[in-house]
Design a protein around this ligand. Structure first.
Ligand code: SAM
Length: 220
């Protein structure tokens, strides 16, 4: 039984292929900690030309993803979703995602239905009726919600128990509670001297308290 599922609704499912078939996310799927299912929104349109967008009422540049394909797609996915699920729409107008939100999302639901906008966005009625959370990944504008869905699912996945191995702990990391929500200290590995750049002596001292103090002083 998977701990967490991400159902991703997009016009471009192929954009997720490499993300899901490499490294930690690949291993986590193989170990059945997380599961991804991709849906092509275009498969849900009833338009005979497979059209999914129309110009916005009131004018303005660009096109909007229309109600029908999105309502049908989201409703179909919700019908087969886990009992504990939430629909997330990615938009620059949403709440900017921070690590504290990622922590809450990793615990709150068993499945996220991630809706990727495109063009100028989506019809407001989808947002009003079917969306539980609106999330932005920063104050800039992307061409589509796919990268935002990738960021969201990657950040939430790594907090799902079992996804990270011992070597990849998330406890003492940037923005973690244990580091006071600050940014991590500098880190070094072998060799001690690389092109005259020397590893700070305290890190080689083996003195745990002094190392901790040094690291805490370097948090920003
Ligand atoms: N017209 C929209 C606006 O001004 O807010 C921007 C639409 S954007 C070109 C197309 C889609 O990309 C959005 O519907 C959204 O799904 C996604 N997107 C763009 N920037 C984003 C961001 N910063 N965070 C999350 N999603 C974003």
């Amino acid at each position: 039984m998977y701990s967490m599922k991400f159902s991703i609704l997009t016009l471009f499912p192929a954009m997720f292929e490499s993300l899901l078939s490499e490294s930690i996310l690949k291993r986590a799927q193989e170990n059945k900690h997380i599961e991804f299912e991709l849906y092509d929104i275009r498969d849900f349109t009833t338009d005979k030309h497979r059209r999914v967008d129309h110009p916005p009422y009131g004018g303005g540049a660009g096109m909007l993803l229309a109600c029908q394909p999105l309502f049908d797609c989201i409703e179909a996915v919700k019908k087969k979703a886990k009992k504990s699920h939430a629909v997330v729409f990615f938009t620059p107008q949403g709440k900017r995602l921070e690590q504290i939100d990622v922590e809450k999302f990793s615990e709150k639901y068993d499945e996220y239905i991630l809706v990727c906008g495109h063009y100028e966005g989506i019809d407001q009625r989808v947002r009003d009726s079917l969306v539980d959370y609106e999330v932005s990944i920063g104050d800039f504008v992307l061409t589509g919600g796919e990268l935002a869905a990738a960021v969201f699912s990657d950040a939430v996945s790594r907090l799902v128990p079992g996804v990270l191995g011992k070597q990849e702990s998330f406890e003492r990391e940037s923005f973690s509670e244990i580091l006071g929500r600050k940014r991590e200290y500098p880190q070094y590995t072998r060799p001690e001297n690389f092109r005259g750049m020397i590893v700070p002596e305290v890190l080689l001292s083996g003195h745990h308290q002094k190392i901790l103090d040094w690291q805490n002083n370097k948090l920003t």
